[in-house]
Design a protein around this ligand. Structure first.
Ligand code: C2O
Ligand code: CU
Ligand code: CU
Length: 452
């Protein structure tokens, strides 16, 4: 395939660059077994387009950040150094930790200073991630490149004989798209149109590489997928229309593998899938997006001897939310029109607490979207179960726990959600649309979780 042109800048020949696997960041292990991670948010330059350097942000590198691999009951210290020339803050998306341990718009790390936070995990194996959550600049800072993965394993996930060789048969894929100006810089314009539609781009990146290729052995491959795009919804398919098995969603394994030919992943959502390449030695398969009709990743299957691996029949039991007694119900309407973007008729206000939840309670949250645009609704500090979509059962691949749910146009989604940790009014949790331009424009609210 020939290279193409983006704004008169030549690109590299498509699918000529190898996929980069984000490095694993090894923690310092303190005497009490606590894992201590140092993250440095910094500026960088990357040659995405041939012959041009694009200004970027990254963590411990020029673009994106390292992968943190932790256990489900680890105590973790994160030290975030801000080496940017602007304020930032990092949010631990998917970690069930108290509000005070998390980063949100109510907190700012000023340039040349650092923030240290400590927390103990107690949650299921899952793929989580970290990204900025700075007041009104989250979208631009993620666009510049601040994001990374947190892989949580537990006894169960490690006992299932799933592929776990990081970068070999266990492949993280961070999906993003970018738009460039004529000087090959990221074009993040924040126009009215961008804010309404969200910023999407015609250049696709996986793990920060434009149109990469990946070589795999003819065996069962696990893909850990994160949609870290600001606004693009992906519909992932393979060029040979092959089926694959989704084994995990945002916050847990699924009860059983779900066979799919296409996987919808909206901003903020994660999924793990198993793909059987054992009979495809020597072939070139593309992973693509059927919504933009674009190939994203060229998978070259090696001709080595095929290795057959069994896909487990059962993965886990979701015993959360089986019995919900007399729950409190709350309603959230996602409001978007030419004049206004908000939730329940209100724009995000740092000085207003929108909801107050009692710690330990399980509630039912009803999220209503009567507009034209689909919105991924995300809640901090919890994992929820989707109960219904417009009164009907959720999709089969939504049977696990989640923290982000795509609410389509004219849809009402009900979730059961338990709040296990506290969040005070000084460090409240957020709920928001994960289209980052919608979030920055005010489609976000704050809530506390307290004992009384
Ligand atoms: Cu991934 Cu409040 O966000
Ligand atoms: Cu989050
Ligand atoms: Cu939205």
């Amino acid at each position: 395939m020939l290279g193409s042109k983006v704004n008169n800048v030549s690109t590299f020949t498509s699918f000529s660059k190898p996929l980069v696997i984000p490095p694993i960041l090894e923690p310092k292990i303190l005497s009490d077994g606590v894992k201590s991670y140092d993250l440095n948010v910094q500026e960088g330059k990357v040659e995405f387009l041939k012959g041009f350097k694009t200004n970027t942000y990254g963590i411990n590198g020029a673009f994106l950040g390292p992968t943190l691999r932790v256990s489900s009951n680890d105590t973790i210290i994160m030290t975030v150094q801000n080496s940017l020339r602007e304020e930032t803050v990092i949010h631990w998306h998917g970690l069930k930790i108290p509000g005070i341990s998390d980063g949100g718009p109510n907190r700012a790390i000023v340039p040349n200073s650092s923030w240290t936070t400590q927390f103990t995990l107690n949650q299921r194996a899952s793929l989580c991630w970290y990204h900025p959550h700075s007041h009104k600049t989250t979208g631009r800072q993620v666009y510049m490149g601040i994001a990374g993965l947190i892989m949580i394993e537990d006894q169960e996930s490690l006992s299932l004989n799933l592929p776990v060789e990081y970068g070999l048969d266990d492949i993280p894929l961070v999906l993003q798209d970018r738009r460039f100006d004529s000087k090959a810089q990221f074009l993040y314009a924040e126009t009215m149109h961008d804010s309404m539609m969200g910023v999407t781009g015609d250049v696709h990146l996986i793990n920060g590489v434009v149109d990469p290729y990946l070589e795999v052995n003819p065996t069962l491959i696990r893909l850990r997928l994160l949609n870290a795009a600001n606004a693009r919804i992906y519909s992932l398919v393979f060029s040979d229309n092959k089926s694959f098995y989704q084994i995990a969603g945002d916050s847990s394994l699924l009860p059983k593998p779900v066979k799919l030919k296409r996987l919808i992943l909206s901003p903020g959502e994660r999924a793990e899938v198993l793909v059987d390449f054992s009979s495809l030695g020597g072939q070139n398969i593309f992973l693509g997006d059927s919504l933009s009709n674009r190939a994203l990743l060229n998978i070259k299957v090696r001709t080595s001897k095929p290795k057959l691996l069994r896909i487990p029949k059962n993965l886990t039991v979701i015993d959360e939310y089986v019995e919900i007694n007399n729950p409190k119900r709350r309603e959230f309407t996602l409001d978007m029109n030419m004049m206004f973007m908000g939730i329940n008729g209100k724009r995000m206000n740092l000085n207003r607490i929108d909801e107050k939840v009692i710690a330990g309670d399980t509630e039912i949250w009803k999220v209503k979207n009567s507009g034209m645009h689909a919105h991924p609704f995300h809640i901090h500090g919890c994992s929820f179960k989707i109960l219904s979509r417009n009164g009907k059962n959720p999709y089969l691949n939504e049977a696990g726990l989640k923290d982000t749910v795509l609410v389509y146009s004219n849809e009402t989604v009900e979730v059961a959600v338990k709040f296990e940790h506290e969040a005070s009014k000084d460090y409240p949790y957020m709920y928001h649309c994960h289209i980052l331009e919608h979030e920055d424009a005010g489609m976000m609210g704050q809530f506390t979780v307290t004992k009384v």
